[in-house]
Design a binder for this molecule. Structure first.
Ligand SMILES: NC(=O)c1ccc[n+]([C@@H]2O[C@H](COP(=O)([O-])OP(=O)(O)OC[C@H]3O[C@@H](n4cnc5c(N)ncnc54)[C@H](OP(=O)(O)O)[C@@H]3O)[C@@H](O)[C@H]2O)c1
Length: 168
């Protein structure tokens, strides 16, 4: 099952100019705790635009139609030594791993949501708008039931359980 994890702004913004200006330390801690020792899947842009990549102690699966296995070995395997794997499609990650976290970005989130591949989502939403330039398709979240885990004056953290995967 795919578990989606994201931190969005009030408009469900995912990023602005290749960054997440609304990120904050509690959310990073939540991300670290939930994804520790897990398999992660991400779009190519997220992998290339995020400084910390690849994330240690996790298998980093990068989804790209263009990167070849050869270039993955040359560019990624050598550069980052291990724990990075390239997949042509998100469905190929599903075929290889029964359970993993989908960590972004907007293109891959929205693809997975539209295809009903996501069973569970953990979404931190800050209350402010940041004029983002990529967005999570929040309309897709209507297919989920929501449980608020935490809410304060800065953000809310909610779990979403897919009605397509009722056993989650
Ligand atoms: N707010 C958050 O929680 C959060 C989390 C992660 C990332 N981000 C931000 O999101 C931004 C990147 O998002 P993005 O939408 O531009 O890019 P992205 O989803 O990270 O990557 C897009 C690329 O991944 C590949 N891809 C995506 N969907 C695919 C599919 N269904 N099948 C095969 N390949 C697929 C394609 O690569 P090819 O062109 O090589 O085929 C595509 O160009 C970054 O700036 C990052 O900071 C935010």
């Amino acid at each position: 099952m795919i578990r989606l994890i994201a931190v969005v702004d009030a408009d469900f913004g995912v990023s602005k100019c290749g960054k997440i200006p609304w990120g904050f330390s509690e959310d990073r801690q939540l991300f670290q705790a939930r994804t520790k020792n897990c398999v992660l899947a991400m779009g190519k842009n997220t992998f290339e635009e995020t400084e910390e990549m690849p994330l240690k102690g996790r298998i980093n699966c990068v989804v790209s139609r263009e990167l070849s296995l050869r270039s993955s070995q040359d560019d990624y395997g050598t550069k980052y030594k291990t724990n990075v794997r390239i997949f042509r499609a998100l469905e190929d990650v599903c075929a290889k791993y029964a359970d993993f976290w989908l960590i972004g970005g907007a293109k891959l989130y929205n693809y997975a949501l539209k295809k009903d591949l996501v069973g569970y989502a953990l979404i931190t939403r800050v209350h402010q708008c940041h004029n983002a330039d990529t967005f999570l398709d929040s309309f897709q979240l209507e297919k989920f039931s929501r449980k608020i885990l935490e809410e304060n004056d800065r953000y809310s953290i909610s779990e979403y359980f897919s009605k397509v995967f009722p056993s989650v």
